[in-house]
Design a protein around this ligand. Structure first.
Ligand SMILES: Nc1ncnc2c1ncn2[C@@H]1O[C@H](COP(=O)(O)OP(=O)(O)OP(=O)(O)O)[C@@H](O)[C@H]1O
Length: 255
């Protein structure tokens, strides 16, 4: 049986107070992600991708609608409950790694568990396991400044996954990487998804990165525009993505 890890129902976001100039960033977005899926979100600049990700990340609240993550409605939680939920059930990877420079890679990965007061032996076990999955066991005693951009991003992915979140939320994770490191991170994300059953939602501008997803949702002007599924190999999916982006570009020019 398929289980939803994320349900977004009729979510609206209006920035600005009534009577002031308002921006209707999300206009009733509904989407569903099943456990074990790797889903991408794409769309032109200003289409609402960041707004949607911030709302799913619990960093911002919708004006209307419901968000359920692993069966819990996060729109009903207060700030303290949201902070706990975020640290226990969500994992984040950002474009700029966000590693703390004066902590080792080990300490960076361990941080989410240390903050939850988990005993050191258990932390050690979990950090080692996730570092092995991401192929960075050799780097644990190094500081971020001593490793490459690609290795930093793997460390950031390890930190995002060490507490076994319900879903990994990635915002342009390859944005600061060269193409070799980007490919290697995307391969690692696919491996996590396919072999370790990690559910992933990734926002990206980049069609090549998106081609690693199983399904892509395109947003335009605050609404879902189209959804495509990968049915064949990655290179034909890549072409399909480029076609939809061209379609979106053309429809924007005629707006
Ligand atoms: N804090 C805010 N206050 C007012 N309007 C905002 C705010 N944040 C975003 N918006 C508006 O909401 C709309 C969606 O913005 P959003 O940043 O979500 O788009 P995006 O698809 O992530 O764009 P990009 O790809 O450029 O990052 C835009 O019209 C933007 O100007």
């Amino acid at each position: 049986m398929n289980t939803s890890v994320l349900e977004v129902k009729q979510v609206q976001k209006i920035y600005g107070a009534k009577g002031e100039s308002q921006s209707h960033a999300l206009k009733g977005v509904t989407l569903n992600i099943q456990e074990g899926e790797f889903v991408g979100i794409m769309g032109p600049s200003g289409s609402g991708k960041t707004t949607l990700l911030n709302i799913i990340s619990t960093l911002d609240r919708p004006s209307e609608g419901v968000i359920e993550i692993a069966g819990t409605d996060i729109t009903k939680m207060n700030q303290n409950q949201l902070a706990d939920f975020r640290s226990q059930r969500l994992g984040f990877i950002f474009q700029d790694f966000n590693l703390l420079e004066n902590l080792t890679i080990y300490e960076n990965i361990a941080l989410p568990l240390s903050l939850q007061g988990i005993p050191s032996p258990q932390i050690r076990e979990q950090v080692k396991r996730v570092a092995k999955t991401l192929g960075i066991e050799e780097l644990l005693t190094k500081y971020p400044v001593q490793v490459s951009g690609g290795q930093k991003q793997r460390a950031a992915a390890a930190r995002a996954l060490v507490h076994e979140p319900a879903i990994l939320l990635a915002d342009e994770p390859t944005g600061a990487l060269d193409s070799k490191n980007a490919k290697s991170l995307l391969a690692a994300m696919s491996d996590l998804n396919e072999n370790h059953h990690v559910s992933i939602l990734m926002v990206t501008h980049d069609a090549f990165s998106a081609s690693y997803c199983q399904r892509i949702l395109f947003i335009q002007d605050g609404s879902l525009y189209k959804e495509i599924h990968r049915t064949e190999d990655r290179s034909s999916f890549f072409k399909q993505i480029l076609d939809v982006l061209a379609e979106l570009g053309a429809s924007q020019e005629t707006d």
